[in-house]
Design a protein around this ligand. Structure first.
Ligand code: FE2
Length: 256
């Protein structure tokens, strides 16, 4: 089984990148399942129903989220009915949506789940380690895939070392910067951060001059999403018939 995971999709440029690349990569690399992080897909923060459907139309099978899950109130109108949307298990408020989705792929049950890290993150109700233990105990599946959403690479690597051989895929999101540490930890595929799909000439997807204003003066800014040519960051993970991860490869497409 081959899984394509697409890093944080940021705003209109990020969505355009998903539209341009996902179906092509799916065909070229014989991908069986596409998962994408959509927490920044609507104007850089949150998700709308229209954009949820747009990402599915572009070939994404399951959408994961992060700390911006509830940044747009409109998500409350559809999150409980969004069959292919997975929100972090330990992000407050806890009562909306689902924190895992089991999809059937090639006769295997794949549990896609979404968990927040704790270091430098807010509104996190419970340790990611405790969350993963609970999922492994409660959810029956052949393959477990985790989008681990957090800032600190050390926390994500620690998580991967705790759950190696129990969880097949652990991919980090949130920083928007792709790390070059993709590897197998025994039978588990791991990368600290997959990176983003968004404007290349930006600061993690946001307008450069506005972010500079924010850092260099005390002025409060809106963090406008950047425009221009896009980049596409993703990873392809292969899992063998014995449910062991056997490879993970990074994809990073930059403008010419
Ligand atoms: Fe995030």
């Amino acid at each position: 089984m081959r899984i394509l995971f697409v890093g944080d999709v940021v705003g209109a440029v990020g969505r355009k990148m998903v539209g341009e690349h996902v179906r092509r990569i799916k065909a070229e690399q014989a991908i069986d399942l596409v998962i994408a992080n959509g927490e920044n897909a609507a104007h850089g923060k949150g998700l709308t129903y229209k954009i949820y459907n747009q990402l599915l139309d572009y070939g994404v099978d399951v959408i994961t989220m992060g700390n911006h899950t509830f940044s747009k109130d409109v998500i409350l109108n559809f999150i409980d009915d969004a069959e292919y949307l997975v929100r972090p298990m330990n992000l407050e408020p806890l009562e909306y949506g689902q924190y895992y989705k089991v999809v059937e792929v090639n006769g295997k049950k794949v549990c896609v789940c979404n968990i927040m890290c704790e270091v430098f993150m807010h509104n996190v109700s419970e340790s990611p380690f405790a969350c993963m233990e609970m999922i492994l105990e409660d959810v029956e599946a052949d393959i477990y895939f985790v989008d681990l959403h957090g800032e600190a690479t050390s926390e994500k690597a620690a998580f991967a070392n705790v759950f190696k051989n129990q969880v097949q895929v652990i991919v980090g999101t949130h920083t928007h910067v792709q790390t070059a540490d993709e590897r197998l930890i025994e039978q588990t595929a791991f990368i600290s951060d997959v990176g983003m799909c968004g404007a290349y000439d930006s600061i993690i997807g946001r307008d450069v001059s506005e972010v500079l204003t924010r850092f260099l003066t005390s002025e409060k800014t809106r963090f406008t999403v950047a425009e221009g040519d896009g980049m596409f960051c993703a990873a392809v993970i292969e899992i063998d018939d014995n449910n062991h991860a056997v490879s993970i490869e990074r994809i990073q497409i930059r403008p010419n």
